[in-house]
Design a protein around this ligand. Structure first.
Ligand SMILES: NC(=O)c1ccc[n+]([C@@H]2O[C@H](COP(=O)([O-])OP(=O)(O)OC[C@H]3O[C@@H](n4cnc5c(N)ncnc54)[C@H](OP(=O)(O)O)[C@@H]3O)[C@@H](O)[C@H]2O)c1
Length: 331
């Protein structure tokens, strides 16, 4: 480890460390239990290591739990942090929740991103986070019953009002990026992307063309790519994920062994190789790994300093081409 600042990247005009921190893991109902003390330690480990780009959402944990947790942990260090949050899941009382199917564990999710509610969402998140500005604000998912341009128009008003600095989009298609960008500049698109889950090539090409950064969620494949997940505990949502379920997990670990061996040969933890590989895919991709464990947070953040050479990347890509995980979707 060194004290040198982490390398940075840009998401549109927003400068962030090239590896951030995803806080979802710190709320109950996701990757197992975690108490406030442990969550605070993990967040402080992230900030101390330089992963000062922190990602949360109004939808993580019950009733704004994750935003409150993040808010309490970063309150005294607010100016060090690029704070990103998302909206749409804490549907206001009396408003309809618009359901839509997703290809992973829950099967279906529900949001309301009606422009009439967007200011109230932001004010709620600002209260929970204990801050006066959100650095990067995303509709968490496009609302199936509201034109994305209308939702984005409401975020643009928040930018004008100084409550939000930059607009992000999460879980969108390339066409939706263009639709949103016609209304307001987009700093980042957030999408699932990791060694075992390719991102949509059209989305990536569009982001590149338009100077939009890519925030990679679940960059460690929900932990699998660290090579340490051999069994799941209670209260872990991955029980519902086909790649982790039953005997598929053991078989997937066997199939992943050549990539793990490559990492070991390079003197890296497998998760670090997974993050460094992502960083090598695009100069504007920023992974946001999550962890409840300070040592893991430091290990992940240090991946920001790893530059894989051409020959190493070729070997990794060769191993990945032969790695076919069992179980169609991840989370
Ligand atoms: N936009 C969206 O719809 C969306 C969806 C999902 C996630 N996200 C964002 O992406 C962030 C990251 O995704 P994620 O948490 O689902 O997946 P992830 O970062 O790929 O994996 C998290 C898991 O990896 C384990 N882990 C992390 N570092 C490790 C290490 N060095 N060694 C061993 N195990 C390690 C963690 O366990 P320990 O706690 O034991 O370290 C945890 O179980 C989230 O926090 C959230 O902010 C966004």
């Amino acid at each position: 480890m060194t004290d040198a600042p982490l390398p940075t990247r840009t998401l549109g005009d927003l400068e962030v460390p090239s590896v951030g921190f995803g806080a979802m893991v710190l709320s109950p109902g996701m990757y197992g239990e975690v108490d406030e003390d442990r969550a605070r330690q993990a967040l402080h480990a992230a900030l101390d290591a330089g992963a000062t780009f922190v990602d949360t959402s109004d939808g993580y944990g019950p009733d704004g739990h994750n935003e409150r947790l993040v808010g309490r942990a970063v309150r005294d260090r607010r100016d060090e942090v690029v704070l990103a949050t998302k909206f749409g899941f804490r549907v206001p009382e009396g408003a309809p929740a618009h359901r839509f199917p997703v290809g992973y564990a829950h099967g279906e999710l529900a949001v309301n991103a009606d422009p009439r509610h967007v200011r109230a969402y932001a004010e709620q998140s600002l209260r929970e986070l204990g801050t006066d500005r959100i650095d990067l604000y995303y509709p968490h998912f496009p609302d199936p019953e509201v034109p994305l341009a209308d939702t984005v128009g409401a975020v643009a008003e928040l930018v004008d009002a100084g409550l939000v600095r930059h607009l992000g989009l999460s879980n969108v298609t390339a066409a939706q990026v263009r639709e949103a960008r016609a209304v307001h500049p987009v700093a980042a698109v957030q999408t699932e992307w990791s060694m075992w889950r390719p991102a949509d090539p059209e989305l990536l090409a569009t982001a590149r063309e338009l100077g939009i950064g890519v925030v990679a969620w679940s960059p460690l494949g929900g932990g699998f790519l660290t090579g340490t997940v051999t069994a799941l505990g209670e209260g872990d949502f991955r029980h519902n994920a086909p790649r982790f379920a039953g005997e598929a997990l053991a078989r997937n670990n066997d199939r992943y062994a050549p990539v793990r061996a490559l990492a070991t040969g390079l003197g890296l933890a497998p998760g670090q190789l997974a993050l460094a590989w992502l960083l090598a895919q695009d100069p504007h991709v920023v992974p946001i790994p999550g962890s409840r464990t300070p040592a893991h947070v430091v290990e992940n953040t240090e991946a920001a300093r790893i530059v894989l050479g051409e020959e190493t990347l070729r070997r990794v890509d060769e191993a990945l081409a032969a790695f076919e995980p069992e179980g169609g979707t991840l989370l």
